[in-house]
Write a protein that binds this ligand. Structure first.
Ligand code: AGP
Length: 606
């Protein structure tokens, strides 16, 4: 997704914005640019298709100077990847950067007779043109009139050539955070950029105008009334936003999991019991719902699948897990007895945000599990539990996933306790096992070179199948996504029992099959499913509980014995192992592990 940055203060804007754009690279992009406003008001633009490093070289070749500016990394939606389509876009006196999609931009081209005047094929340049159309010296009036004409999502950074040292910001759905720093005033798409400059920020409310000046920040509503910002504090330390000596953020974030899982659960355990009071989650919410529905995308949805297995087996609670992008179009059955849980690392995934709004409209109670404080999904939901994973920079989600699981374990334990399904002793046992998770995961991480060795066997694979039952199947859906999204190897996760109903036709000599066996109740069935694929020549990589006995006369290519936990907690050590498997395949293939092709960290388009 596009990244935006704006700055005005005492320092040269170019350096601050180029550094900030490098932090925003993780969002996924294909071109970048900055606009700098000199003290005389003149605005100069430097932009190009390619990486931020290409933009940096362009700025070195053609110097630009000024202490106020806006910057942008573009993930192409309207118009191909080209220098002309890169942001910022200037039209007359107005310069704009934009994250989002203007759905009615073609109608605006006709309405304001722009056909012959545009330089690019983007919807964003049309926004600059409409602002210019309404601008007659009053920036607030021009912005207000323009946003009323726009249909769609937008986070806009705006400069007016005759108003030096000032950046304006306005949004609808797409995120903007604003910070006051020693260096001046800043705006950005997300707080990971601002952490190195300031600990204090606020989320720009929708349809409000922020005015960033050297001396401070002003905030106005659409009627022009001044509004006091709701200031927040950056909830993680800045060096968590750096690579910490690892070659890729993904490895660092995999290795951080024991620590951040502990930081997520420890504050929510009192006298050995899960306690969500500090999150403002009333026991009544967990007691009175008769049905739970998770809405989420990608990895967050896979976390929901684990939650479903826990809730149904331990709490006897009926739980659906819906793809957020499908939820609104499949007449999902939610009502006031439904608790809808929106899971999202970024808190900005528009599919999940729109599904949450749909659920609220249908009377459901809502709870969000989010990693980024103050994100749109957190603010839209009645209740929120923040994961304490810290900034997750790699596109492939790892620590966010396992801290989402940690929150789901807390919710399961609390719900079982308040609904009288677990007595105090049983709840404390469950919670004590949850508290073992960080140490058990660390055992797997300490053996990562074993997994690196196993990874070599699938480095050149074209297709990899992953088979398991129950919770093992849920874990493998996530493991398969990890492998696909960072190694570009086609992978499919299958319920072992389903394989013989068709897909086993694809298993031939040396087909790599990853199998996971951690659930006692299906252990024997899983071993016989493995025999089925082995008899057809498959090369099996097995992750299993260390206590299980292997059939000695079977030919085992790779076996990784997992440290033991209660079955319902084995998700955690297995997840670490499968994350490492995908990571090492991508690393040894020499790919850009943190920024896989075609992918963005935050998907703010439907
Ligand atoms: C996971 O590795 C991917 N980055 C992607 O599937 C991601 O989980 C999905 O886009 C949801 O993002 P969110 O958690 O920020 O809502």
């Amino acid at each position: 997704m596009c990244g935006i940055i704006g700055y005005t203060g005492k320092k040269e804007a170019e350096e601050i914005m180029l550094d900030a754009l490098e932090v925003l690279e993780y969002r996924g992009y294909d071109s970048a640019g900055i606009a700098v406003c000199g003290s005389d008001g003149g605005v100069q633009i430097r932009k190009c298709a390619g990486r931020v490093k290409d933009l940096r070289s362009l700025c070195e070749r053609v110097k630009v100077s000024g202490a106020c500016g806006i910057g942008h990394t573009r993930w192409a939606t309207h118009g191909g990847v080209s220098d002309e389509n890169a942001h910022p876009h200037m039209f007359g006196n107005v310069t704009v950067i934009h994250n989002g999609i203007i759905e009615n931009y073609k109608r605006l081209i006709g309405k304001y007779d722009l056909q012959e005047k545009l330089q690019s094929q983007t919807d964003s340049e049309v926004v600059a043109a409409v602002l210019e159309h309404f601008y007659n010296g009053d920036p607030y009036a021009a912005i207000r009139k323009t946003v009323l004409k726009l249909k769609g999502t937008f986070a806009l950074g705006i400069m007016f050539g005759d108003i030096p040292d000032t950046v304006f910001a306005v949004r609808n759905v797409s995120p903007i955070v604003i910070a006051r720093a020693e260096e001046g005033s800043m705006m950005a798409s997300d707080v990971t950029v601002l952490g190195q400059y300031s600990k204090e920020y606020f989320v720009l409310p929708e349809f409000h105008v922020a005015v960033l000046k050297k001396e401070g920040i002003e905030l106005y509503d659409m009627s022009g009334e001044a509004v006091e910002p709701q200031w927040l504090t950056v909830s993680w330390d800045v060096n968590r936003s750096s690579k910490g000596g690892y070659p890729f953020y993904m490895e660092k974030e995999i290795m951080e999991q024991p620590e951040v899982i502990w930081e997520t659960i420890e504050p929510r355990i009192k006298n050995g019991l899960p306690d969500l009071e500090s999150d403002g989650i009333p026991d009544s919410l967990l007691k009175e719902c008769s049905h739970i529905c998770v809405v989420a995308c990608g990895t967050a949805m896979h976390a929901g699948l684990v939650g479903k297995a826990l809730m149904q087996s331990l709490v006897k609670m009926h739980m659906d897990v819906e793809l957020a992008s499908e939820f609104m179009y499949t007449d999902s059955l939610v009502d006031e007895k439904t608790l809808v849980i929106a899971i999202s690392q970024s808190g900005e995934t528009i599919d999940t945000l729109e599904a949450l709004k749909y659920a609220k409209k249908n009377g459901a109670k809502t709870l969000a599990i989010v990693n980024v404080k103050g994100a749109s999904i957190a603010r839209e939901s009645e209740h929120v539990i923040y994961t304490n994973a810290g900034p997750e920079i790699a596109v492939a989600s790892t620590k966010a996933y396992t801290t989402q699981l940690a929150v789901l374990y807390l919710l399961t334990g609390r719900m079982a306790y308040v609904r009288g399904i677990f007595d105090e002793a049983k709840t404390k046992e469950f919670t004590a096992e949850l508290m073992r998770v960080p140490a058990v995961m660390q055992e797997v991480l300490d053996r990562r070179e074993e997994i690196h060795y196993i990874a070599r066997s699938i480095l050149n694979a074209k297709d990899v199948f992953m088979i398991g039952r129950g919770l093992d199947y849920s874990i493998l859906l996530e493991g398969s996504l990890k492998l696909k999204e960072i190694s570009y190897i086609h992978s499919e996760a299958y319920a072992s029992g389903e394989l013989k109903h068709g897909t086993i036709a694809l298993i031939t000599e040396d087909t790599p099959v990853v199998a996971v066996i951690t659930q006692d109740k299906v252990q024997s069935k899983e071993f016989s499913n493995i025999k089925e694929v082995q008899s057809r020549g498959a090369e099996v990589i097995l992750f299993m509980k260390e206590s299980y006995r292997l059939d000695q006369d079977a030919a085992w290519d790779s076996v990784f014995k997992l440290p033991e936990m209660r079955d319902e907690f084995m998700v955690m050590p297995v997840s670490a192992a499968l994350q490492l498997l995908a990571y090492y395949v991508s690393l040894d293939k020499g790919l850009d592990v943190d920024k896989p092709r075609n992918l963005a960290k935050v998907v703010t388009v439907e």
